[in-house]
Design a binder for this molecule. Structure first.
Ligand code: ACO
Length: 325
């Protein structure tokens, strides 16, 4: 059996910052409320003329360099986004051209904030069947462009970023187990309309702009805690391991309370969890690959370590993966 292993990572965070003081100046909120309910202090926001593919290209380039490859060696580019530049062409095709990854097939997919683990799962299938050697998984979102900045219940949560990883065929263990899933019946808890002309949906948004995100926060929070804990348990069990074997968990960085409740359910200690949400907020699918890059830079992951990545998001969807580094 061919193994699929992450051989390179890269991230990109835009420069502009909206801190909690700025959020206080645009909606009826407070630094104290945001910190207590979410743990977020600031979020990074793309420039007006900076789009999802601009960020994806930088993160993708960094991941390819980090893997010690050339763009021509990439066989497939998978790109997770809910804020594409266009419906067509796919963001992955724009990225393919800009990177010079001329030999790569490319497609986008939408698993919202579960996008990174979903991408690792797809990449693993193509590698284990021997179809491809190097798959570039990119997650990029400009959620700020889909945020209703009059809606205090959502606008304090989101930021922009891109994160990427190269998944390669390897003789070493890599992605050991994954678990992805969906609860489509609860999907209307997070919506952003495309062509659907739904008056009731549009009315839900304070600005009545149909292309902004709307969310039933409490419902999502309840789903997230259970989905993250259960999926994580399943990947550990599938691998024939216990939590004692796991040195680090990198969760989707949505909200400190969600992460805290999920890890209590899993029965693991805080020091095994990597968090950066206070600086970036929820950047959709890129949260996990950006956090993974930073955890590596900070020496939190060493060769041979077993780590769990776990996310949840729109759909509603979830995904967990257990990796040996
Ligand atoms: N500042 C001050 N008050 C606020 C704010 C704010 N920014 N936002 C909401 N409130 C108020 C509400 O209006 C409500 O007031 P009321 O009691 O007078 O009606 C009160 O605070 C409590 O609101 P709740 O929604 O019950 O607050 P909750 O504790 O659930 O926290 C939050 C809200 C932070 C949104 C939480 O529900 C959450 O994090 N949910 C999960 C969101 C998430 O992670 N989504 C990820 C998916 S996104 C994607 O896939 C792209």
């Amino acid at each position: 059996m061919i193994n699929a292993k992450i051989t390179g990572v890269g991230g990109y965070i835009p420069e502009k910052v909206y801190d909690n003081a700025y959020m206080e100046s645009i909606v009826d909120t407070s630094d104290e409320w945001i910190l207590r309910r979410t743990g977020i202090k600031e979020r990074h926001i793309s420039a007006d003329n900076e789009y999802t593919t601009d960020m994806a290209i930088i993160a993708g380039k960094r991941a390819i360099e980090n893997a010690g490859l050339t763009p021509e060696e990439i066989d497939l580019i998978l790109l997770a986004t809910v804020t594409p530049d266009y419906f067509t062409p796919a963001c992955s095709c724009i990225v393919q051209s800009n990177l010079g990854a001329v030999n790569a097939a490319a497609f986008d997919y939408n698993a919202a904030c579960s996008g990174f683990v979903t991408g690792l799962t797809i990449a693993k299938q193509f590698i284990q069947t021997g179809t491809y050697k190097h798959v570039l998984v990119i997650c990029a979102d400009t959620l700020s462009k889909a945020t209703d900045y009059k809606d205090r219940a959502t606008c304090v949560l989101f930021g922009d970023a891109a994160g990427a990883a190269v998944v390669s065929a390897s003789e070493e263990q890599g992605i050991i187990s994954t678990d992805i899933g969906a609860d489509g019946a609860s999907g209307l808890a997070i919506t952003s309309l495309a062509y659907r002309n739904d008056e009731e949906e549009t009315e839900k948004r304070i600005s009545h702009k149909k292309d902004t995100l709307w969310m039933a926060g409490q419902a999502v929070m309840k789903f997230a805690v259970k989905a993250m804990a259960d999926a994580s348990e399943r990947v550990v069990e599938q691998a024939g391991l216990t939590w004692d074997d796991i040195s680090l968990v990198i969760p989707h960085q949505a909200n400190y309370r969600i992460v805290d409740s999920a890890i209590k359910r899993m029965g693991i200690s805080n020091d095994k969890v990597f968090l950066n949400l206070e600086k970036y907020g929820n950047t959709s699918a890129s949260c996990i690959p950006v956090a993974l890059s930073q955890a590596l830079e900070q020496g939190r992951i060493k060769k041979g370590d077993k780590i769990v990545l776990v996310g949840f998001g729109g759909g509603l969807t979830w995904g967990a993966a257990l990796l040996e580094w």
